[in-house]
Design a protein around this ligand. Structure first.
Ligand SMILES: NC(=O)c1ccc[n+]([C@@H]2O[C@H](COP(=O)([O-])OP(=O)(O)OC[C@H]3O[C@@H](n4cnc5c(N)ncnc54)[C@H](O)[C@@H]3O)[C@@H](O)[C@H]2O)c1
Length: 335
């Protein structure tokens, strides 16, 4: 198949693109490079620098495509609270331009990167796909609104949709050649590894008075390559005429912040002292996915998603690329 991957120069996108290419699919990447890296795009893919909100760019890249994987978006929760308009513009309005272009070019399948942030603070753990969606950030709301748009394009057009709600994505391409390079980095695992690599003595966790076994927040981590494989399976299912739907992508297991710090220390051999800072407002104590539906329907297994494995692969990446893809002091590849 020929697949357009939006956001294919980002963390999840670059790994997904390589996995699709290794599975003999043809890939076009559409990315602005504002938060992604040309260097992260496998050379077998065609990179088109452009915006999903630009109909002319879409008219260039979409002809001949069989399906779209829409991963492009802004992902920083704190940034979305400071500037919600920026998130609704990019993650909703521009993304809708993509849907209209799919209608125009008669492309009938889309796999979308949604997020556990659509659930907000879940009432029950593990979180089922049928749990109430009450996002508590503009980021989560922007992803949920786009899911709802997908519903309507599915009902009223011919487009079939696969919506993956990711929990915490972690790890790297196992040889360390592709990995997480957000600037600033907000995800806990790469932040711990960065502190360790830089020889910092102290790492701050947000609160130790949550209703969890050790008082720190519990999250569900899934290996980025397992995630990429789910995308491939989802796409193949749509291509074979199978039903789309909403699917959680996690490992189904939760780890506390302290457990993550401990696993990082074990894998790297580096010590870091934990300092407990204040809890963050609206930070759910526990977020763990129920993945039964995904396992049953997609025949997927998160086989690389042990905590040790994810930390080890992320550490290989950090050691190979301590500055990520950066070659100078610029904040992004496009700057
Ligand atoms: N990383 C995670 O833990 C996580 C968790 C849940 C959901 N997600 C979702 O997965 C997707 C990928 O996340 P990531 O961690 O790879 O993020 P990332 O920032 O590394 O990659 C996103 C890419 O999209 C590009 N982009 C942004 N807006 C664009 C636009 N309008 N047109 C074209 N390109 C654009 C950026 O330049 C970047 O390369 C996002 O949609 C995110 O919401 C990620």
């Amino acid at each position: 198949m020929k697949i357009l991957v939006t956001g294919g120069a980002g963390y999840v996108g670059s790994v997904t693109v390589r996995h699709l290419l290794d599975s003999w699919h043809q890939v076009i990447v559409l990315d602005t490079l504002e938060r992604g890296w040309a260097e992260a795009v496998d050379r077998r893919a065609q990179l088109f620098v452009g915006n999903v909100g630009d109909p002319e760019a879409l008219d260039e890249v979409l002809p001949g495509c069989d399906a779209v994987m829409h991963l492009a978006g802004y992902i920083d929760v704190a940034e979305s609270q400071a500037d919600p308009g920026m998130y609704f513009r990019n993650n909703v309005s521009r993304a809708q331009v993509l849907l209209d272009a799919m209608v125009r070019h008669e492309i009938g399948a889309i796999v979308f990167s949604s997020t556990a942030a659509v659930y907000g603070e879940p009432e029950t753990i593990p979180v089922l796909e049928s749990a109430p969606t009450r996002p508590i950030s503009a980021y989560g709301a922007s992803k949920l609104i786009f899911e709802q748009l997908l519903d309507w394009y599915e009902r009223l057009h011919f487009i079939r949709t696969m919506r993956f709600r990711y929990f915490n994505v972690a790890g790297a391409w196992p040889d360390g050649s592709l990995g997480e390079a957000h600037h600033p980095e907000t995800h806990i695992l790469p932040r711990i590894l960065q502190s360790m690599a830089e020889g910092q003595a102290v790492f701050e966790v947000y609160g130790d008075n949550h209703p969890t076994p050790d008082g720190t927040c519990v999250r569900d981590y899934v290996h980025v390559l397992d995630l990429a494989h789910a995308h491939l399976l989802g796409l193949e299912r749509l291509a074979e005429g199978g039903e789309g739907g909403i699917f959680n992508l996690g490992s189904g297991r939760g780890f506390s912040n302290l457990e993550v710090v401990r696993a990082c220390a074990e894998v790297t051999g580096c010590k870091v002292q934990v300092k407990v800072g204040p809890s963050r407002a609206g930070d759910p104590a526990m977020l763990v996915a129920c993945i039964e539906k995904t396992l049953m329907n997609l025949g997927w297994m998160p086989e690389r998603s042990s905590l040790e494995n994810m930390v080890a692969d992320a550490w290989t990446w950090h050691q190979a690329r301590p500055r990520g893809y950066r070659t100078d002091d610029t904040a992004t590849s496009a700057a």
